[in-house]
Design a protein around this ligand. Structure first.
Ligand code: APR
Length: 173
């Protein structure tokens, strides 16, 4: 696996990188899960800035400052809600990773941390989501040497295990 990819267990609000990714909803006005944790840790100024973004489509990404977070920026993306796999969920999730990484590269962001987008409240099957995350990230990094590090931050053991086992096997580009 690309040596620029790291897999850790922890709380993404404490990770010191240029940008952490938020698994938001299309309003960008906060929620539960990692979205709630990021807004709590960043403070109310984050919501103020998000209000000015006027939402975000599924698969797209928008960037704000990080405010009280140790990370300088937050890249907000909206993952697909799993509804059985016949409504383009795989492609929409792949697009989340591509959109976030593209935005990071455009803005000179060199280190990015991702949560396991869509695998919580949005019920996307974990292994399937992790395979997409690793495949898309590996493909993007192979074309963008300016990105120095991508960290997958796992909030629980199942997620950590899924990333570790799938990254150990070859992930088809
Ligand atoms: N750090 C890292 N990962 C976290 C944290 C945290 N502090 N808190 C939760 N997670 C993990 C979850 O355990 C899961 O693995 O983030 C992953 C994504 O879960 P959710 O936060 O539920 O996000 P998602 O499934 O994409 O659903 C998004 O939930 O919170 C709302 O506003 C959000 O409507 C949106 C929906």
């Amino acid at each position: 696996m690309d040596e620029r990819i790291e897999i850790i267990e922890g709380d993404i609000t404490r990770v010191v990188v240029d940008a952490i990714v938020n698994a938001a909803n299309s309003t960008l006005l906060g929620g539960g899960g990692v979205d709630g944790a990021i807004h709590r840790a960043a403070g109310p100024d984050l919501l103020d800035e998000c209000r000015g973004l006027h939402g975000c489509a599924t698969g797209e990404a928008k960037m704000t400052r990080g405010y009280k977070l140790p990370a300088g920026h937050v890249i907000h993306t909206v993952g697909p809600i799993w509804s059985g796999g016949a409504r383009n969920e795989d492609e929409l999730l792949a697009n989340c990773y591509r959109s976030c990484l593209r935005l990071a590269a455009e803005r000179g962001i060199k280190t990015v941390a991702f949560p396991a987008i869509s695998t919580g409240a949005y019920r996307f099957p974990l292994q399937r989501a992790v395979r997409i995350a690793l495949r898309e990230t590996k493909a993007f990094l192979s074309e963008h040497p300016a990105i120095e590090k991508v960290v997958f931050v796992c909030f629980d053991q199942d997620t950590l295990q899924a990333y570790r086992s799938l990254s150990a096997g070859e992930v088809s580009p």
